[in-house]
Design a protein around this ligand. Structure first.
Ligand SMILES: *Cc1c(COP(=O)(O)O)cnc(C)c1O
Length: 394
């Protein structure tokens, strides 16, 4: 049995835990109890499934990409189409779940942090759906870079709070959100965007994202009559990967996570927390993270904003250590190439994050006969960015 569960203190092996100020310990323990109670309640899952079906548009297809597979001979590539969900990525699976928890625990307001703005938009969406007030913390540098998502959140009725400290990016927004939450825990639910943060979040978010793998497992058996030989997913904080991997952990299926190698691992400009990081504490948990020799968190870089997170969820740190999941890296250039290939061969414009998984799948194709790729999101948000890069290369 390889399936990983956190211990009662929220540790996956040596990783995880609750590294927060004293004032947050008791609210987090309460949240853990409330979450466990909700997870044991069939009515809670009933409402979650109803909304995933009627509002998010699940189940998403598991599509055999025939033309994409052609150049690889016998290898069949299947795409789990999270890009077809409402708001265009897997993040909504999690925010729907946490929104329901907030409702169940009597909160009236949501807060979240966001980097590129994708999780902010998914949280703002759910706030509008359930009628919560909502504030999203965002670094000033990210606000400047991600104007369309700031506008989306504002249209949805969310207040975007600029964070000036540090480099004005994701890690500063996370610190500020945790600090702010300490003062308002009584009536406010903190919606964490990936399988990171203090216990119980890594476990809770995985439970909300494992729907991806549960559906894919059933769909592969229906479509191919057998499980895939390998599954490939991009890893930022690790939620789409954990979601698709989790239901296959006990199976004889190769699991491959893909970190962003950015401009190349040797340049230092990347987001490969597992391949190049070291154990440390960030965002309330012990995990692997990018840091300098003094233990200061090192800014991550990737062409895809959703992957440039300097840490990674603690469950991935354990799966890396145990060897159950193999973690590879893909550069900006390789991801852009895979992006173009999917556009032209299948008529699907993928997110740049998902393009990292595709690029790795192309490298693996010779080794496996049935590959499943998590297409975590659609690429509309990336068009401007891609256009600039393609211009640079002409
Ligand atoms: C945010 C995001 C990711 C990375 O986040 P994970 O928690 O690692 O899944 C990947 N793909 C898309 C489309 C995203 O929006």
């Amino acid at each position: 049995m390889q399936t990983t569960q956190p211990d009662s203190n929220g540790y996956f092996g040596e990783f995880g835990g609750m590294y927060v100020g004293e004032i947050l310990v008791s609210p987090l323990k309460t949240l853990q109890k409330d979450t466990a109670a909700a997870f044991a309640d069939a009515a809670f899952w009933g409402e979650y499934q109803y909304l995933l079906r009627q509002y998010v548009g699940r189940e998403t297809p598991c599509y055999f990409a025939r033309r994409l597979s052609e150049p690889f001979g016998k290898t069949e590539i299947y795409l789990k189409r999270e890009d077809l969900t409402h708001t265009g990525a897997h993040k909504i699976n999690n925010t729907i779940g946490q929104g329901l928890l907030a409702k169940r625990t009597g909160k009236r307001r949501l807060i979240a942090e966001t980097g590129a703005g994708q999780h902010g938009v998914a949280t703002a969406t759910v706030a509008a759906l359930f009628g919560f007030e909502c504030r999203v913390f965002m670094g000033v540098e990210d606000i400047r870079r991600q104007k369309p998502n700031v506008l989306r959140m504002e249209l949805l009725g969310t207040e975007v709070v600029p964070v000036e400290s540090g480099t004005g990016t994701l890690k500063d927004a996370m610190n500020e959100a945790l600090r702010y939450w300490s003062g308002v825990v009584d009536d406010t639910f903190y919606v964490v965007g990936t399988v990171a943060g203090p216990h119980p979040y890594p476990w809770m978010v995985r439970e909300f994202q494992k729907i991806i793998g549960q559906e894919a497992r059933r769909q592969m058996l229906e479509a191919a009559g057998t499980l895939p030989d390998a599954i490939v997913a991009a890893v930022g904080g690790g939620s789409n990967a954990m979601g698709i991997f989790y239901p296959f952990l006990d199976d004889d299926v190769a699991l491959i996570g893909v970190e962003a190698a950015g401009r190349g691992l040797s340049t230092g400009e990347h987001a490969a927390s597992l391949n190049c990081g070291a154990p440390g504490v960030l965002h309330g948990a012990k995990s692997m993270l990018l840091q300098d020799k003094y233990g200061q968190v090192h800014e991550a870089y990737s062409i895809s904003a959703g992957l440039d997170y300097p840490g990674i969820g603690p469950e991935h740190a354990l799966l890396h250590q145990s060897g159950r999941v193999r973690y590879e890296t893909i550069t900006d250039t390789e991801a852009l190439e895979a992006f173009g290939t999917l556009c032209r061969r299948e008529g699907i414009i993928p997110a740049l994050e998902s393009s990292h998984a595709l690029a790795q799948a192309f490298k693996e194709a010779g080794k496996f006969s049935r590959l499943l790729v998590c297409l975590s999101g659609r690429g509309d948000k990336d068009l401007q960015h891609v256009a600039e890069h393609l211009k640079d290369r002409l």
